[in-house]
Ligand binder design. Sequence first.
Ligand code: AMP
Ligand code: MG
Length: 397
Amino acid sequence: MALRAVAEVQAELLADAALCESEVCALGSAHGRILREDIVALCDVPPADNSAMDGYALRLVDVVEGGALPVSQRIPAGCPAEPLRPGTAARIFTGAEIPAGADCVVAQEDCELRDGGIAPKVGLRLRQHIRPRGQDIAAGSVVVHSGRRLSAADIGLMASVGVSQCWVARRLKVALLSTGDELREPGQVLAAGQIYNSNRPMLGALIQGLGGELVDLGIVADTAQATADALRRAAELVDIVVSSGGVSVGEEDHVKDQLEKLGSLVLWKLAIKPGKPLAYGRIGEVPFFGLPGNPVSSFVTFCLMLRPYLLAMQGAAKPLPASFRGCADFDWPRPGSRQEYLRARVSADGRVSVHPQQSSGALSSVAWGNALAVVPPGHTVKAGDAVDYILLSELGA
Ligand code: AMP
Ligand code: MG
């Protein structure tokens, strides 16, 4: 199979992702979930004209040079207001409803207490310090659209229009397998030839960060039998199976062969660096992703391929990571045949530098950076060139 271009494979994967069911979710548990309905405002926000200041509500026509207005009522936030008696002021607090008839609020620091009343010390404007009804949101308007990954602000917005629960994508069950006889878990003692399993907790964190329910099936030995057993068992338990390692063509790599025996291989080998060997297929109806073993390759292919797929399964409107443009602070003189995702740091003024160690095994470069700089196949980069990047914070990484 020839190497496939990143964008082409992404489009194919998104088209192949089956939409999962939705479920009702209380607002308090909705953070990060994918919304599956349009949220319509049940009321205006604010629901009534209210004061933006602690001060006095009055009618502009009642204000005369040097005169004081008696205070006829007191309106704390949350209390109903009486209509304003002409020729008087109402003591009012931030968030309290403006009494009918009042057309102006004077801040308390702009008033003088005189002759048992209040006298404004400054010039007044009609409707000053009044937050009008519906200023933020009009009843009946759509405040959050279906397909949105709910942020804290979205949740606040939904609450502000009276919504207490919403339809979201149900949590996907994701099985995670780590292949490799060399792997030991952190906390164990390493013997000669062994390394710690870093993909397992890293991929687990990424999956859980997407709202997935992790079914961690641990380490799988590098044999055809163990790989087949693990894939078969995993597919019975979950919505999607993910493995790391064992996906190349070495004698110790069994994932691709066993996937082809148990189910079907749809995609293999991407024109991406790091991460060329990536297997996508199905075990029965259950989708399967075989990520590469090298930790940076695993990370990058998760972010570029599996993450959009998991988001598409949940109905996300924008499953692909957003790309931004900065100014290269580095030279990349050798054009590659694959699209490169360089571990990069973007400064506040948009300058992009890259980590000196770009090996696919060097996770410290990912932890050092805040972005992946994208160099398309056949391209070189000179300092000062425009360069596209993806922010790790946007990937929940
Ligand atoms: P593989 O794709 O299985 O040939 O693995 C490629 C490289 O990634 C090898 O150096 C492995 O030791 C390493 N590797 C594979 N799986 C993991 C893992 N879970 N954690 C850390 N390194 C791994
Ligand atoms: Mg291996």
